[in-house]
Design a protein around this ligand. Structure first.
Ligand SMILES: C[S@@+](CC[C@H](N)C(=O)[O-])C[C@H]1O[C@@H](n2cnc3c(N)ncnc32)[C@H](O)[C@@H]1O
Length: 353
């Protein structure tokens, strides 16, 4: 369905976004022949491993396979004569148009309201000429160019994950949101923010707090307040948020590599703490193994200088780089539950103080 309208032919340089099982990739390899080139990008690490293994088993060794966000294309091998995006998006990712040669064609399922249309676009000197081929149903494109809201504001600034210093996640006991909200409001007013915004997240027992105050200052002052007496009956744990991204391994890795890794000094030790809620796709160990490979600093589970904290809240994930005293918990500071570093063995610290 994709290759006919695309006019994929011998000798073409072809880029596929979404390797999946590798079936379409193998087919493209047969069509473009020995003079052509096939590059395929898959965002999901496990799907990538699956597709790669299938292709290897079938004897395809001359395909360039890349694990990463296909919305960014693969500029190293560009320009391409043909591009197939095999996941649906609201806007053609601009990097893909950049990497298409003039006269080249791109095919992509595009979301319009509740419908998906397979759109064929041809790049001209002045832009693209588009035609709808048929109605289709594909999985949504993930990554920086995917997601309904993201895709609509895909311009250079949208390539950055959200960053802020005024947000915190606050844990409260089961079904105690309202008393927790009163308590948080009272505390933040005392600190100087008369109107903090406090909302439930889609995870019971966790609220998101937006304040005009710096989130690290809030933690410091919570600790001082706590030493003065038993104030925190409902708002039991406070964690600053530095970044938000979509809940995808690739998106988390990209935040870590782009914004966090270099903030851990060469001599600093670190540990990772993952709180995974409403995301069943991976085990916590898989998440840690994958993300920890990006950081080559020494791990110290008991006494880290820095804690890389990942809070998965369904489709959104909060990521922060903290010192151990930048998390406030009524039940004392606790050690990270899991941590791993390159070359280090995974350890699980079971007890929580
Ligand atoms: C319909 S399947 C691919 C089918 C495959 N091309 C085939 O012919 O068998 C869509 C794939 O796109 C992948 N995907 C979604 N968003 C992506 C992105 N931004 N970059 C790369 N792959 C992506 C999904 O993980 C999924 O494996």
């Amino acid at each position: 369905m994709f290759y006919e309208p695309l006019g994929l032919d011998q000798g073409h340089r072809f880029l596929e976004i979404g390797l999946g099982s590798g079936y379409g990739t193998a087919l493209a390899r047969e069509v473009v022949g020995p003079e052509g080139l096939v590059v395929s990008v898959e965002i999901d690490p496990l799907t990538f491993a699956f597709g790669k293994e299938n292709l290897e088993r079938a004897g395809y060794r001359d395909i360039v396979l890349i694990q990463g966000d296909g919305g960014l294309g693969c500029p190293e091998m560009s320009p391409y004569d043909r591009i197939a995006v095999t996941a649906a998006c609201r806007k053609i990712p601009p990097p893909l148009i950049d990497q298409l040669r003039t006269g080249g064609r791109l095919i992509v399922p595009m979301i319009e309201d509740d419908v998906q249309n397979l759109v064929l676009a041809e790049k001209t000197e002045t832009g693209t000429v588009r035609q709808i081929i048929c109605e289709v149903r594909y999985v949504p494109l993930k990554g920086i160019c995917g997601g309904s809201e993201r895709a609509q504001r895909l311009d250079s600034d949208a390539l950055m994950p959200t960053m802020g210093t005024n947000e915190l996640l606050v844990s409260y006991p089961w079904r105690q949101f309202h008393p927790a909200r009163h308590e948080i409001t009272r505390i933040l007013r005392q600190f100087g923010d008369p109107h903090p915004q406090i909302e439930k997240t889609n995870v019971p027992g966790i609220a998101i707090v937006r304040t005009t105050l710096n989130n690290r200052d809030v933690i410091r002052r919570c600790r001082e307040l706590f030493e003065g007496g038993p104030i925190f009956r409902f708002a039991v744990k406070w964690v600053p948020v530095d970044f938000w991204c979509e809940t995808e391994l690739q998106a988390m890795k990209s935040v870590i590599e782009t914004h966090i890794r270099d903030l851990i000094d060469q001599d600093d030790t670190w540990a990772m703490e993952v709180e995974k809620r409403r995301w069943r796709q991976y085990h916590t160990k898989e998440i840690i193994d994958y993300l920890a490979a990006s950081i080559d600093r020494k791990v110290d589970l008991r006494n880290p200088d820095r804690i890389l904290r990942i809070d998965v809240l369904g489709p959104k994930t909060a990521i922060s780089l903290l010192t151990p005293d930048e998390i406030f918990s009524r039940c004392k500071a606790h050690p990270p539950r899991y941590a791993i570093g390159r070359g280090a063995k995974l350890m699980e610290v079971k007890e929580r103080l």
